[in-house]
Design a protein around this ligand. Structure first.
Ligand SMILES: [Zn+2]
Length: 350
């Protein structure tokens, strides 16, 4: 890792995979964007898009091979960038419908199980993402196999397990989870993953929102939890690096006290809104707390769109999204914020 010259020692990018075809662009991203800005971590959210030997049924048509993973790992190593593979675990097993690759191949893992998911309700406008059942007797060993393979393929010494925005948990329709404390269920899932990751001597990272009381902190339903999972903060190992995401400018960031206060290394995470990024980074570095690690920039659209914004080419999405946002313009703006935040993490504004 590059030696930090300021307190923002972990300077990273989280990026969502859009297929192995993006590899040449990712190599350019490492060499031409991240390395010159002294970034030292790339969190690569590949999810299930890998040719897993243990579970080949998960691979999509543009899934990564082991040799492609090695190529990205080599590029990151040459640039002194720590490559951390990621699967978004527990929640986020779909965007509305249909299910993502895990539940498509293994619908038995869904919470609630047994095909009892109320599809009409799940397809409703307000429905967000599916979850797996943390008490399915096979799910932890299954996902643990994937974690092992990704750590091997990407030569990772850390794994990001995601675990944000879990809204389907402790379903009354699940005989295993019915009546259980959501905090206990959530902690069981964290601890199972942590056990598998730590057994290899690797570090675990995860998002922080489910560990924060959305009401007490004022963070609300997204940046915090209002369904009781937050009490899991006292039920999980303290060596987990918690990625504390806040994207819009806020008056206060109580998580910068809460998470390190519980003993967690805390990695402030930003996205797109430059004012919000600057405000959160200033609040973080202002604490002078060695447990507050630096900044993780994020890009919440597929890698191909970011690469298109950075390097041109035909891999930029076209058209206008339902929200009226032009995707290419939004990608360019997000790319600028990401680059500026990394630059300012290295050389803070006077
Ligand atoms: Zn369950």
């Amino acid at each position: 890792m590059t030696t930090a010259k300021n307190p923002l020692a972990w300077r990273g990018l989280h990026l969502m995979d859009s297929g192995a075809a993006g590899l040449p662009g990712l190599r350019r991203l490492v060499d031409e964007v991240l390395a010159p800005r002294h970034a030292n971590v790339l969190v690569y959210e590949i999810d299930y898009n890998f040719r897993f030997a243990s579970h080949p049924e998960l691979a999509g048509p543009d899934a990564w091979s082991g040799s492609q993973a090695k190529e990205l790992a080599d590029a990151c190593a040459a640039a002194m960038i720590r490559l951390i593979p990621m699967i978004n675990c527990l929640g986020h097993q779909s965007w509305k419908e249909p299910p993502g690759a895990l539940l498509k191949a293994h619908p038995e893992f869904e919470e609630p199980p047994g095909g009892t998911a109320p599809q009409a309700k799940l397809g409703a406008k307000e429905f967000y993402c599916r979850s797996w059942c943390p008490r399915h007797p096979q799910v932890n060993s299954f996902v643990g196999d994937l974690v092992d393979e990704l750590l091997d393929a990407f030569r990772g010494d850390a794994f990001h397990a995601g675990m944000d925005e879990v809204y389907v948990i402790a379903s009354e329709a699940c005989p295993r989870c019915r009546g259980a404390d959501p905090a206990v269920l959530y902690a069981e899932a964290v601890n199972a993953l942590h056990g598998r990751i730590a057994a290899r001597g690797a570090s675990m990272l995860m998002w922080g929102d489910r560990l924060l009381d959305g009401k007490a902190t004022g963070y609300g339903d997204w940046e915090g939890a209002t369904n009781g999972t937050d009490r899991a903060i006292d039920l999980i190992p303290k060596d987990i690096v918690v990625c504390d995401w806040h994207y819009e400018p806020l008056q206060a960031y109580p998580s910068l006290e809460i998470l390190p206060g519980k003993g967690f290394r805390t990695w402030p995470t930003v996205w797109r809104n430059l004012e919000g990024a600057r405000k959160f980074m200033a609040a973080a570095s202002g604490r002078g707390d060695p447990k507050v690690l630096g900044v993780l920039t994020t890009v919440w659209f597929p890698a191909a769109r970011l690469l298109g914004a950075l390097f041109g080419g035909d891999d930029t999405d076209h058209g206008v999204s339902p929200s009226g946002e032009n995707p290419a313009a939004a990608a360019s703006a997000a790319a600028r914020t990401m680059q500026t935040a990394l630059e300012e993490a290295w050389t803070p504004p006077a």
